[in-house]
Design a protein around this ligand. Structure first.
Ligand code: GLV
Ligand code: MN
Ligand code: MN
Ligand code: MN
Length: 416
């Protein structure tokens, strides 16, 4: 058995920038720009293996739980895995996403362990790193699927039957990735080990640019949800169908996109987006028979989110009827506004007195875990203010400041 001192001299160690450089080529998307790393794709699997390898190089004890969450434990000889201080994030990406959304939190967690080892003491509480699958919901439509399964926030039967754009079920994809899909679902024992969860993430807006600071502590996550609107018309021939004879769901969908913006504009602070629209069957010389539109709506007040969606639904029915079409609305996921744990936030305020406090409009696994656990977040400045896009960026010095801040938080919470 290695002692902590031996571990310190043999373990790998790296800067956040150095760690990020190791994965810079994985999952690049030449067509879209940026990275496409859908959960359990070759690219994401490579990153998961990379994480496990990095953790083992640091003599952390690795495991994959029944929901595909990766864990790496620095037990420091405590025996029982309980009341752990856990940090981590995700390695999947949106299509054509940036390099940092998710991986920055994972690389920073590894770098924070290196910082703590160099400080040369043994944590009183166990420290663990965690990597959650399908945070973005880019493959199966439900954001934070891994943490939702772990916490019981999604019915496992529903999760198993989710399909990716190629028609593969989550059950089949999970099985191909080495999980037993029969056993995905709530895992109270895995959860009971966590005393506190702190996720570090690239900031996805301009807060830290405006404040001219490298690192912030999180206060809350905007409530958000996803809905699918299916607009149905009459599939037909593009050449033989007179314009006045058509029931074209693409025209209805175009009107609905305007309805979405107008509904959000009625409520200050509301955000509503149609980021994906798929005509079926999708041929240049084919009037579509239906169109699926995916809607993302967010607001700090969950009642306003509901009101925006209700209005969109009513107006979409009208807009579709004007084109001889019908609309069906289906909720895919809903996450209420989350305020991070007050005691944990105030402790982080003591540990990072210079860090400003920011909320975020982006969703995170920390938000799902917050329903049952003390959770908090740290944000690292993104000099472009742009995210879910190749332009997302973090300067090396800021990434290092983030990992140091995370190390300070882990050290303060774990005790020595
Ligand atoms: C995930 O990043 C989201 O907020 O949609
Ligand atoms: Mn993220
Ligand atoms: Mn994201
Ligand atoms: Mn997110």
């Amino acid at each position: 058995m290695t002692t902590d001192a031996q571990t310190r001299t043999t373990a790998a160690s790296g800067t956040v920038a150095g760690l990020m450089a190791q994965i810079a080529d994985t999952g690049r998307d030449a067509a879209r720009g940026g990275y496409s790393r859908p959960v359990y794709s070759t690219a994401e699997q490579e990153l998961r293996e990379w994480f496990l390898d990095q953790a083992r190089q640091r003599s952390l004890d690795t495991e994959t739980d029944r929901n595909g969450v990766l864990w790496a434990w620095w037990d420091a000889g405590h025996g029982a895995r309980q009341d752990a201080v856990v940090t981590g994030s995700h390695l999947d990406s949106v299509p054509g996403g940036g390099a940092f959304d998710g991986p920055l939190g994972v690389a920073s967690a590894l770098a924070a362990v290196d910082h703590l080892r160099h400080r040369g003491r043994t944590p009183r509480r166990p420290i663990a790193l965690a990597v959650f699958p399908e945070e973005e919901g880019s493959r199966f439509g439900v954001a934070c699927l891994g943490s939702r399964l772990l916490t019981g926030a999604i019915d496992p039967d529903r999760a198993r039957s989710l399909r990716d754009p190629d028609g593969n079920t989550f059950a089949d994809v999970a099985a191909a990735a080495g999980l037993d899909p029969r056993f995905v679902g709530p895992d109270p024992e895995a959860l009971a080990r966590i005393g506190a969860f702190v996720e570090l993430h690239v900031e996805q807006g301009r807060g830290l640019i405006d404040l001219d600071r490298p690192v912030a502590a999180g206060s809350s996550i905007l409530g958000h949800g996803r809905w699918r609107l299916t607009v149905t018309g009459q599939g037909n021939h593009a050449g033989t169908t007179l314009m006045e004879d058509r029931r074209d769901p693409v025209l209805a969908a175009a009107s609905i996109v305007h309805v979405v913006r107008d509904a959000a504009l009625r409520h200050p602070g509301a955000r509503a987006t149609v980021g994906r629209m798929v005509p079926v069957p999708g041929g240049t010389n084919v009037i579509a028979s239906s169109v699926n539109l995916w809607l993302d709506v967010r607001h700090p007040d969950d009642a306003v989110t509901a009101a925006v969606v209700e209005r969109i639904h009513a107006e979409a029915i009208r807009a579709a009827a004007a084109e001889g079409c019908t609309v069906r609305l289906c909720e895919e996921s809903l996450s209420p506004t989350v305020h991070f744990d007050p005691a944990l936030r105030s402790r982080i305020g003591e540990l990072l007195p210079a860090a400003p406090v920011l909320d975020t409009g982006a969703g995170h696994d920390a938000g799902v875990l917050a329903a049952g656990l003390p959770t908090a977040m740290l944000f690292v400045r993104n000099p472009t203010g742009v995210s879910h896009s190749p332009e997302e960026h973090v300067e090396d010095d800021d990434a290092e400041a983030g990992a140091l801040a995370l190390a300070d938080v882990l050290e303060g919470l774990a005790g020595w």
